[in-house]
Design a protein. Structure first.
Lengths: 242, 230
């Protein structure tokens, strides 16, 4: 069975639509969403609706949580605050009601799904390096933890008592004796110097995982963001992929 | 015979019909009318009868005695006058109703039901809880995991999800069905989910400021809001 994992859409409708079309071609059985449907981009309501419609497991990200008014904006940088305040004005009651049914974490087969980190999901900690990953390996029972949040497609592996290592491959077969933390990358705002939308596919039979990159009309998104008067920094970064 | 109707939170808790020349009012049990609540002095005030005239005298109480919302030291009472002492309202009638005018042996008749006593008791308990919890609380009344929930965050979430602050029950309840938010010096409840409802005092709401004593219903769970800074 093939499963698609998407995360960090950030209200980028063009990227999400292209990714959903690509997923359709892959013959995927289920799509799970790891959070941050909104924030940064200019189509929060359409993205929430599409994610709600197409995804099976739907998780909340810190931007969704803040856009629903569940958290103070103090922990966000100035640009993120601006975009969340913009999103709060645009987000309809219907979208909020959909997000209200998104979860904070979920378990699917032998996979633990969470937006930020398995230890304390609501603290929104980043897993950026091996040290942070090392701390998190003991915090989930399953073999694989799938996360989003950093927008950096990364595979952390820990075999037995060995130190955590980073596997820099686009596709790997999962070993039975190894635990993994896999960041599935970002659909709407990649930050690994590749502006193409990123998502992950799991083939649960083998089992193996592989990233997919999908081109979308970045300029169209940028034009819409300009019209929406979102910060230039956010408009520029989606073309740069960082 | 004159009658004094004692109310607390707009509910009648006592009717006092007396033949006495003097009725004492205060917090301690040796008064003719016992108002067991903070804000009431031990010997707060007294009403003295002289023929047809009734005079209320404040005994230099800490929080004062008010007649028709005016602070008094000594005042002639007229039929229907409203006396406020602490959170209690006493209404003075020159003639009590016929059926309630049969005075007891000591000349004072007090009608008191368990429910009326409970009302004052629960107010005392609420104050204790608010003091102990250090702020506003939701008291779990029905289908709740706990009897007390502190409302001290900027945002408190209520719903079915594991991660919310207050778990509520109900079949169609959303993960986060509602949130309670601090807004300036007020507290508001906002409904978020659509398949189930949030109600305040039986009315479905999308957003409402909470007042002390409000009954909050989220799905099948029922809470009572007790304001902290009273």
């Amino acid at each position: 069975m093939k499963i698609a994992l998407i995360s960090d859409v950030h209200a980028n409708l063009e990227a999400l639509e292209k990714v959903l079309r690509d997923i359709e071609k892959e013959g995927v059985e289920k799509i799970h969403f790891l959070g941050d449907a909104v924030g940064y981009g200019c189509d929060p309501n359409k993205c929430v609706r599409l994610i709600n419609k197409h995804c099976d497991i739907k998780l909340l990200g810190n931007h969704d949580y803040a856009a629903m008014g569940l958290e103070s904006l103090e922990n966000f940088n100035y640009i993120a605050q601006t975009s969340i305040e913009w999103t709060q004005k645009k987000l309809t009651d219907k979208s909020i009601a959909m997000l209200a049914d998104f979860d904070m974490s979920a378990v699917f087969l032998d996979y633990f799904l969470v937006h930020s980190s398995p230890g304390t999901p609501e603290d929104w900690d980043y897993i950026l390096g091996v040290n942070e990953a090392e701390e998190q390996f003991s915090r989930f029972e399953e073999s694989v933890c799938l996360v989003g949040h950093s927008h950096l497609p990364t595979i952390f592996a820990k075999k037995g008592e060995n130190k955590t290592s980073i596997i820099s491959k686009k596709a790997i077969e999962l070993n039975k004796d190894t635990k993994y933390i896999v960041n599935v990358g970002s659909v709407g705002q990649p930050r690994d110097n590749d502006p193409r939308a990123c998502y992950l596919i799991i083939d649960t039979e083998l089992p193996k995982i592989y990233y997919k990159r999908v081109e979308y009309d970045v300029e169209k998104t940028q034009e819409k963001m300009r019209k929406a008067v979102l910060p230039d920094f956010l408009i520029d970064r989606i073309a740069l992929g960082r | 015979m004159p009658e004094i109707v004692v109310k607390f939170d707009d509910k009648i808790i006592e009717r006092v019909v007396s033949e006495k020349k003097r009725i004492s009012i205060g917090r301690t049990g040796d008064n003719d009318i016992v108002l067991d609540n903070r804000g009431v002095s031990r010997k707060h005030a007294q009403i003295e009868f002289n023929g047809q005239a009734a005079v209320i005298i404040d005994n230099e109480s800490l929080n004062g005695t008010f007649v028709n919302n005016r602070k008094i030291t000594e005042e002639l009472l007229r039929d229907g006058d409203s006396i406020t002492i602490g959170k209690f309202t006493l209404t003075y009638y020159t003639e009590g109703k016929r059926e309630e005018s049969s005075a007891g042996l000591d000349g004072t008749m007090v009608l008191n039901t368990k429910k009326q006593r409970d009302l004052i008791q629960s107010d005392k308990l609420e104050k204790e809880i608010v003091q102990r919890m250090g702020g506003s609380v939701l008291l779990g009344e029905e289908n709740c995991d706990f009897s007390e929930y502190r409302i001290d965050r900027d945002v408190t979430t209520i719903g079915k999800a594991k991660f919310v602050h207050i778990h509520a029950r109900g079949f169609l309840l959303s993960g986060i069905q509602a949130k309670i938010v601090k807004e300036a010096d007020q507290t508001a409840i906002v409904n978020l989910g659509r398949k189930s409802k949030t109600k305040v005092n039986g009315e479905q709401i999308s957003k409402q400021m909470l007042k002390n004593g409000d009954i909050v219903q989220v799905g099948k769970s029922i809470f009572r809001y007790v304001e902290g800074s009273r």
